[in-house]
Design a protein around this ligand. Structure first.
Ligand SMILES: Cc1cc2nc3c(=O)[nH]c(=O)nc-3n(C[C@H](O)[C@H](O)[C@H](O)COP(=O)(O)OP(=O)(O)OC[C@H]3O[C@@H](n4cnc5c(N)ncnc54)[C@H](O)[C@@H]3O)c2cc1C
Ligand code: SF4
Length: 527
């Protein structure tokens, strides 16, 4: 066997690829991780609002295009750990009904080929792996779980606690956002996480956020059978003459071309880059893109309908860590709107520097400092539906082109209206500044943080690219484990579902190699 042949090659080290590497590492299989980025440099700029929000220091400098050819500067990050290095670590399970066909105002959200029960054990494992803090049962839409969250919920600071209490008095069911931060509130002197204001959107300088680098890739690399190559951009996958197996992985690393091979190749570049990689790998045997007999590769792009809404209050909001509260009371609808509306939670506390970067716009009569000091900064997510015309393609020069027409807008408008009306009727009403109460902004197309759906899985090779194990229908040794496999986007953040699915696929791969039992014994001996 050559030293460039492995049992498994995993391309991309984010929520999907990083988690899979962690799962497979104890098996002794020879695993190669190929990651186009490097490690996020540990530097003071990690926690600088100017560096992160204004200078976009960690975003890729790549330019994509929109469907009509305009330049698009995507808010995405290429590093070991992928976008989890920058995520807000709000780690939700999808609701049970999200796995079934669901009627929305904008159309039907399709069902998945697996049900919630199939993923439940893996959600439990993923929550342990990612140190999730939360409280089961507070949220009526919470799906059944086999065990409590591994850690107690992150407490609310006084301003958020008051909002919580006001909501409860008004008959609502706010709940603690499940969060993957390594915070120990009982022993603050020993707590890795210091509960700072630069978490959501920032890398954690002290590695206390449960991201895929810290929790998955680094522990995987402790196994001698796992190798990571950084700066390794995968250009193309080549197949055997029959087209039924990937035979070579073509990589550009430090300006040089290299090739690697493996018994199994797992693509996990994020939903947009994975689709682009398969499209770039078109060949005589796969003329419209690798594993694309169904013509779904790149299609059904979803990224959620997201908005930030700042509610300006007369009293200051001195909260440091704001993401502790969520509300799903309108997730599946309300008396006056029978369709799902979505999820309400918070972004990290916005400061004047972040606001100067443009989102959301000014409230007239306020300085940025006043706005930031007095705002409650909500994050609203509604489901977008999988439209085949919303898609990733390659332009003539091979650049990524992203075409997207928003849908299910009415649900999102209703969700925003619900939140405004709810806040106006709360006890905190007298504290609110009565004019320009709210400033908000829809997250633009460049905000691809929640990208998913571009290489969907399913039973039918005519309508899906991947089978139920996330193996390509058309290629016997090719898998995809990032957010591409989603059939619908639900309205909760995607990373926990991506990680849980990677663990599920990991079990299937261990079975395929016939090493599952030994890997479990090995993992248990390290527990
Ligand atoms: C600011 C921000 C906040 C977020 N907050 C949350 C949150 O609170 N909760 C939540 O659930 N989700 C959140 N997300 C989304 C979450 O981070 C993603 O859903 C998740 O990281 C996606 O995992 P993935 O494996 O699909 O892709 P990624 O994590 O993006 O990983 C893909 C990896 O592939 C690499 N790669 C790409 N192309 C190639 C190539 N050709 N060759 C080699 N390597 C390649 C990339 O460098 C990257 O490391 C947030 C995202 C952002 C940006
Ligand atoms: S210290 Fe805690 S709150 Fe601050 S970035 Fe790290 S994980 Fe997030």
């Amino acid at each position: 066997m050559s030293d460039t042949h492995y049992d498994v090659i995993i391309i991309g080290t984010g929520a999907g690829g990083g988690t899979l590497a962690w799962k497979l590492a104890p098996s002794g299989l020879r695993i190669l991780l190929l990651e186009r980025g490097g490690f996020v440099p540990r530097e003071k700029a990690n926690w600088s609002s100017r560096a992160v929000n204004v200078e976009a220091r960690y975003h890729t400098k790549e330019t994509w295009t929109t469907g009509d050819g305009h330049p698009l500067h995507p808010h995405t990050n290429y590093y070991v750990g992928g976008n989890t290095k920058f995520y807000g670590a709000a780690l939700f399970r999808m609701r049970e009904a999200d796995f079934r066909p669901l009627a929305h105002h904008g159309g039907i959200s399709p069902g998945w080929p697996i049900g919630y029960a199939d993923l439940e054990p893996y959600y439990t494992q993923a929550e342990r792996l990612l140190h999730v803090h939360g409280e089961r049962g507070e949220d009526p839409t919470d799906p059944a779980a086999a065990s409590p969250y591994p850690y107690a919920p992150v407490s609310h600071e006084p301003r958020i606690q008051r909002l919580h209490d006001d909501l409860v008095r008004a008959g609502h069911k706010p709940f603690h956002t499940p969060l993957g931060v390594m915070l120990d509130e009982q022993r603050p002197d020993d707590s890795p996480c210091i509960r700072c204001e630069t978490c959501d959107g920032f890398p954690c300088l002290i590695h206390a956020k449960a991201d895929a680098e810290v929790c998955c890739v680094r522990p995987a690399l402790a196994h001698p059978n796992v190798t990571l190559l950084t700066g390794a951009y995968v250009e193309r996958l080549e197949t055997t003459p029959s087209g039924r197996a990937v035979s070579r992985v073509h990589v550009t690393r430090n300006g040089a071309q290299e090739t690697f091979s493996a018994d199994l190749v797992v693509v996990s570049c994020g939903a947009i880059n994975s689709a682009a990689l398969l499209l770039r790998s078109a060949s005589e045997q796969h003329p419209t893109g690798l594993a694309n007999r169904s013509d779904v590769v790149g299609r059904h792009y979803m990224g959620h309908v997201n908005s930030v809404l700042m509610a300006l209050s007369r009293e200051p909001n001195p909260t440091v860590f704001q993401k502790s509260l969520s509300l799903n009371d309108f997730y599946f609808g309300d008396d006056d709107f029978a369709y799902p509306m979505g999820h309400i939670s918070f972004v990290g506390k916005l400061d004047a520097v972040a606001l100067s970067a443009g989102a959301p716009p000014f409230a007239p009569g306020f300085t940025l400092e006043q706005m930031a000091r007095h705002s409650l900064d909500f994050w609203l997510t509604s489901e977008d539906l999988p439209d085949p015309a919303n898609r990733v393609t390659l332009d003539k020069s091979g650049r990524i082109a992203l075409s997207y027409t928003p849908n299910n807008d009415e649900a999102h408008r209703r969700l925003i209206a619900k939140l405004k009306s709810l806040l106006q009727h709360l006890d905190l009403h007298p504290h609110l500044i009565p004019r320009n109460l709210f400033v908000g902004q829809r997250i633009p197309l460049a905000g691809v943080a929640h990208q998913n759906g571009t290489i969907r899985f399913g039973h039918d090779p005519a309508t899906s690219a991947l089978d139920v194990h996330c193996k390509a229908h058309d290629v016997d040794n090719l898998y995809v484990v990032d957010g591409s496999f989603f059939c619908s986007s639900a309205a909760v953040n995607p990373a926990l579902t991506i990680a849980a699915n990677a663990l599920r696929v990991g079990d299937h791969l261990l079975d395929r190699f016939g090493v599952r039992a030994s890997a479990q014994a090995e993992a248990a001996s390290h527990a």
